[in-house]
Design a protein around this ligand. Structure first.
Ligand code: AMP
Length: 424
């Protein structure tokens, strides 16, 4: 079934064509018809499945008729980066519709947001905190709202946004269409969905299983050799765009600095940066100025950079959901990707949980020629100085986890990776 069966207005079909979408993705096939009918929808889908267009296209279609110069669609998103991305999708898909959209979030000046909201921009994509400010100051007036989307609801909950969302919900017109998307369905989200959705249609696309386009591997290593192993992996790797995750902001910053000092085009994205620097890092990574980004979980949800070929978990994530989200940054839009995870002895329980969630054992790999038994250097390496969880002393060398099936080399696209000299 193609997009034509949805009878989108030619102005919207032009947007679909401009983005090169030839046929709807499974989440779009399942959810666009009920959304076009005005039904509430509970969408269980992770990013990378095309869920943004699944709600953006029917919303644009709905807004083509009826009033202009009043805010009629509100999309709530957990991070500024995701908000930017959603607004970009509305802008591109709706280029010919004349419908206007803005983002509203903290960390940037409120001026443009205030004038946009006062002018009655039709589509508002917002993070909850700043939107609540505008609501409380009477700048955002939602009385004519037709559609509310709560995107990445589970992440909203993790980030503690639920109280703000509840305050916002109280001030929205009760008679509206509500769409709620979440990659996972913990009890709190189920409860929220029950409260805010009216007879919803539930659509579900592989909500707990990471994308099939991603292949996974574990690299057992002792803590103090992680940075050296990463260098070796990057030397040998064949991808061109690598996203590396660390557990803490500090570790992200230090590791990016270390890679930068090694002459690599590396940047970092973590919550200690100002919004402008976060934006510059992300844009630099998207544009190819940097081919390596070291990030905390701030980047694990929603970020859509289709050229990411490798995700490397320098530190194991805290939850299986975080693993799914992190590795969902690669293998996007039907491209393939590799997800590599460094694991120490302490990570065994989490590895078991991840394997259980994936329903498969993950291959253990070793890099040929790497000295896995090297002792901790007297002058500690940057990664070793970054203590585990930022609290404990660096660990002592220990034996590498056994059971490595594939000792000997790295695979496929890995061998083509080049060290690129940093542009100065
Ligand atoms: P999302 O899950 O919304 O973050 O979308 C993931 C990626 O898929 C984005 O780069 C979209 O532009 C792309 N995408 C969305 N719908 C389609 C489609 N029907 N065909 C091809 N790519 C799509």
């Amino acid at each position: 079934m193609g997009f034509s069966s949805f009878n989108f207005d030619p102005k919207i079909s032009a947007g679909i064509r401009a983005l090169g979408y030839s046929k709807p993705t499974p989440i779009q096939l399942q959810s666009m018809a009920p959304i076009l009918q005005g039904r509430d929808v509970m969408g269980l889908a992770q990013t990378g499945t095309g869920k943004t267009a699944a709600f953006a296209l029917p919303i644009l279609q709905r807004l083509l008729t009826g009033s202009r110069n009043v805010t009629r669609a509100l999309i709530l998103a957990p991070t500024r980066e995701l908000a930017d991305q959603i607004q970009e999708a509305f802008r591109e898909l709706g280029r010919q519709t004349g419908l206007r959209s803005i983002t509203v979030y903290g960390g940037v000046g409120a001026g443009p947001q205030v004038s946009g909201l006062r002018s009655g921009v039709e589509i508002v994509v917002a993070c909850p905190g700043r939107l609540l400010d505008h609501l409380q100051h009477g700048v955002f007036k939602p009385s004519r709202l037709d559609v509310l989307v709560v995107d990445e609801a589970d992440r909203m909950f993790d980030m503690g946004f639920l109280p703000d969302i509840r305050k916002i919900l109280k001030q929205l017109p009760a008679h509206r269409q509500t769409l709620l998307f979440s990659a996972t369905m913990p009890d709190d989200i189920r409860k929220l969905a029950h409260e805010i959705l009216r007879q919803p249609v539930t659509v579900q696309v592989d909500h707990t299983v990471p994308l099939a386009t991603v292949s996974h591997a574990l690299y057992p290593v002792v803590e103090h050799l992680k940075a050296a192993l990463l260098t070796k992996l990057l030397e040998q790797a064949g991808g061109s765009t690598v996203l590396i995750f660390t557990r803490t902001k500090h570790r992200a910053k230090r590791l990016a600095q270390r890679l930068h000092d090694q002459g690599l085009d590396a940047t970092s994205l973590q919550g200690n940066l100002s919004q402008n620097r976060r934006k510059a890092a992300l844009e630099g990574f998207r544009d190819g100025k940097f081919n390596i980004m070291v990030a905390t979980d701030i980047a694990s949800r929603g970020i859509d950079i289709s050229q990411i070929t490798h995700v490397i978990n320098f530190d194991v994530p805290d939850t299986t959901e975080a693993y799914t989200h992190r590795i969902g940054r690669t293998g996007r839009a039907a491209k393939t990707g590799d997800a590599f995870t460094f694991v120490t002895h302490d990570d065994e329980a989490m590895v078991r949980d991840i394997e259980r969630a994936l329903g498969a054992r993950i291959e253990r790999r070793k890099i040929e020629g790497f000295d896995y038994a090297a002792r901790q250097p007297a002058v500690s390496a940057p990664a070793a100085r970054q203590s585990h969880h930022g609290a404990h002393a660096p660990r002592q060398p220990g034996p590498v986890e056994s059971g490595d099936k594939s000792a000997g080399g790295v695979h496929g696209r890995f061998s083509r990776f080049r060290f690129r000299k940093r542009r100065r």
